[in-house]
Design a protein around this ligand. Structure first.
Ligand SMILES: [Zn+2]
Length: 320
């Protein structure tokens, strides 16, 4: 496979990233562009330009291109042909796969971005060598994916592994999806921000006020990490609770999937993983039902921003 190349594309709400990848998952060239807001045709053009750009880099012959993988936010039909629901990019219903196939004359595979991020980690990152992996990515919300027996689990409608909406506390706070006490409503960054603002309104003091200069509408993961390092009581308590919610979710998900590994990634874990992961691991270690089953580890993701690109390329590799 050394002379075969794939292009992985990650279409995000604000930017599109693409890379030329060889069969071993090594990135040979990369490019990125802002995501056009004006509609699917402009997005298609941006993706085409990026694919062309990275494929042409270093004089690679286009005939070596074996396939293109695309990760996009939202629900993708399990056949990987269409994006059914896409809240953050204007691509729902657009025949992106058909258009790209026609333009480049190679197979095009499409998947949900977080699912593909987990696939990328399993093939080329923190999960290399494993077959059963559950990935949880707390960012603003909480995304997830599951690899079962080496294959990405898609479900009947392509909507499997919406792990952020697993209910952890039926009496918990209302989630953006309408349910109560979803993992996302307890452990997403928006939920953590909300709890910090509530504590401050109640008169508690936190170093966060100084770190954000009084602007409390967005509290970035790096600010949370600084507050944790300084021993801030409010942030420590709130992130501990979020970590325990992640731990409870992992215990339940372990009962469903029996994975070798949980891979945790995303901005919150990159910044605060040293605090969060040991709490999640403790929950897994104290699960009485699985006390005699060999240990299941919770590990941080390794690929960072490249996870989706590499997962998209991996999907193209296994499809074509
Ligand atoms: Zn929810």
């Amino acid at each position: 496979m050394a002379k075969e190349y794939f292009v992985g594309v990650d279409i995000g709400g604000t930017k599109i990233a693409a890379a030329l990848v060889n069969g071993k998952g090594e990135i040979l060239a990369r490019g990125k562009a802002p995501t056009p807001r004006s509609g699917p045709k402009r997005i298609l053009k941006a993706v085409e330009d990026l694919v062309e750009g990275v494929a042409a880099e270093k004089g690679r012959k286009p005939k070596g291109l074996r396939g293109i993988g695309v990760g996009a936010p939202g629900i993708v039909d399990p056949g990987g042909r269409k994006i059914l629901v896409a809240p953050n990019v204007r691509l729902a219903g657009f025949p992106l796969v058909r258009k790209l196939r026609k333009r480049f004359g190679v197979g095009v595979a499409l998947g949900n971005d977080v699912n593909l991020g987990v696939l990328g980690e399993q093939r080329f990152g923190a999960g290399k060598g494993t077959e059963n992996v559950v990935g949880i990515f707390p960012g603003t919300g909480v995304g997830g994916g599951a690899i079962v027996g080496g294959r990405l689990m898609l479900g009947a409608h392509g909507a499997a592994a919406e792990l952020g909406h697993v209910v952890v506390d039926p009496n918990g706070p209302r989630c953006g999806c309408g349910s109560r006490g979803c993992l996302e409503a307890l452990a997403g960054r928006s939920a953590i921000e909300r709890e910090i603002r509530r504590a401050l309104r109640a008169g508690e003091k936190s170093v966060v006020q100084v770190l954000v200069g009084g602007k409390l509408d967005v509290i970035k993961s790096k600010v949370l990490a600084k507050a944790l390092k300084s021993g801030d009581l409010v942030v420590t308590r709130i992130i501990r609770r979020a970590s325990e919610a992640l731990g409870s979710a992992c215990v339940s998900l372990r009962h469903v999937f029996d994975p070798e590994l949980f891979i945790l990634g995303g901005g919150l874990i990159e910044a605060c993983g040293d605090f969060i992961l040991p709490i999640v691991q403790r929950s897994l270690d104290h699960d009485p039902l699985f006390a005699k089953v060999s240990a299941c580890r919770a590990v941080p993701s390794r690929l960072g921003d490249d996870a989706v690109i590499l997962g998209a390329a991996a999907l193209a590799m296994e499809t074509f």
